[in-house]
Design a protein around this ligand. Sequence first.
Ligand code: ZN
Length: 229
Amino acid sequence: MQPSRAPGEGGEFGKDGENVERPVGRREHGPRSHPGTGRCQDRQPGRTACPTRAVASAGTSTDTGFSCACCGEHHAETPMNFSSPAPVHWEPGMERAKKCELTSDQCVIRGEAFFVRGLIELPVLGHDEVFSWGVWVSLSERNFLRASEMWENPARESEPAYFGWLSTELFPYEPTTINLKTMVHTRAVGLRPTVELEPTDHPLAVEQRTGITMERVRQLAEAVLHAGA
Ligand SMILES: [Zn+2]
């Protein structure tokens, strides 16, 4: 399946309690304003223009903020998580289509593609807190059904890891992060799974293995906060 992204839908990373699942029983049926994923729109490093639109994607912070190399301003928080609200394959209007459903933690497209949301955690050197990307991963139908069946079962912690294809474009990385191979590790009920990248030399996989500096966290924050600028 080819990713399909409408122009101008970039930079839709946000935060909504990245660690915490919402029960499947309480699905959201309201229209979603901007499904899709963040995407860099040819942002030039060091450009001075700063978008005036509200930055809604700030997550938790471990310090008082940072001076932004992108817009020159001091941002009050250093976000430690960015999340994408839908898999890259999700298109506007699908919420009304047959056999398509998107919740905060699961997604089905045309009854044939199955996704769960998880966290790619990157250790931050010298800090207890991790930086995390909230991402979508494509599972086999069998594993998706299994995960759904086990959703509220405390025994799910002993589930073997599920293989999954990464289905979120994390635009600060090249080459693309789409379809990187991962293993999805189920955690306790109520916690989103963690997503472990195949140990390749892809920059994202390297960062997961070796950790990142706080300076790198700020760089990532600048890239995401000003995506589409
Ligand atoms: Zn800025």
